[in-house]
Design a protein around this ligand. Sequence first.
Ligand code: KG4
Ligand code: ZN
Length: 344
Amino acid sequence: MATRRILGIETSCDETSAAVLRVEDGRPVLSSLVILSQDIHRVFGGVVPELASREHLRTIGPVVDRALAEAGIGASQLDGIAVTAGPGLIGALLVGLMYGKGLAFGLGKPLIGVHHHEGHLFAPTLDHPGLAPPFIALLVSGGHTMLLDVPAWGLYRLLGETQDDAAGEAFDKVGSLLGLGYPAGAGIERLALRGVPGRFDFPRPMLRNGYAFSFSGLKTAVLRAVRASDDLERDRADLARSFQDAAIEVLVEKTARATLELGRTTAVLAGGVACNRALAEALTVRLTGSAQVVVAAPRLNTDNAAMIAAAGAWRLGNGEHSGMDLEPFDRGPLPGGAEVSIPE
Ligand code: KG4
Ligand code: ZN
């Protein structure tokens, strides 16, 4: 089978990213991946949409050029352009979308709009080429916490999602309470390594019932403990540890239960929070003997264009592509998604 080369573009939030993916005999091989993280938001403790759009506008051209140069190809050698259409910040998405449309139109190559979450689900295929559905996926990022059953690529059954904060959002908010910069997930994980387990008794919201999640009560419990502390410097690592243990226990319990109840033998961790080693280890231990746990390398878990190229390559391979009227969207379910009711 011929080799196809797909350019991926991702600008849904605060990373400007481009990647070139080669697909050889149906297998994805990453040729290049450039990720430019917008540092400017650190000053504000969260992403400022207007600034994100402006930064994307400034850097999208050089980032795409660099990805092509690192792959050692010219734009004319591309076979398709995959770009994140949503969900995300509309202004930020628009920059990548317009750039992708311009390239696709100018080159006469197909454009494919990719759902950001489908991208996250494809990320682990880049370093685990044998990964294929069926599997259970826990998609945990700064904006989303979803438990999905994936019987086949393109079919996503939502088992449960968060009713309030996303898991990554909880890490970031607790991080800010503990004086860490944004985003705080990696900082909490480092701090937790030095923390004494069990010093704080934080809630495990909705641990045993259903597949939905809730993190705002846990966050509030940490807030109360921070306020009650007479020496935050002394308590910081223990607070981080107790928070992380509580969050992980809930994520692991529900993912493991879904995997076992639906009889899947693979569980995939995806999204930025999947970078958390303690989470992957706890799930692996819990599913030993029942299912394998697959998680991508950290740079592929956080927002990046390689995962967009991988999802786009699969859809293009399916004969799909988007029109030049493709619009960005700020929210919306996965394509091929289906709500399922699971008896509690
Ligand atoms: O997928 P992602 O890059 O962006 C979104 O689509 O939201 O995820 C970013 C999130 C942030 O909330 C960040 O704090 C979290 O992933 N994160 C982590 C870790 N590394 C990143 N959370 C927990 N532990 C980590 N090691
Ligand atoms: Zn993401």
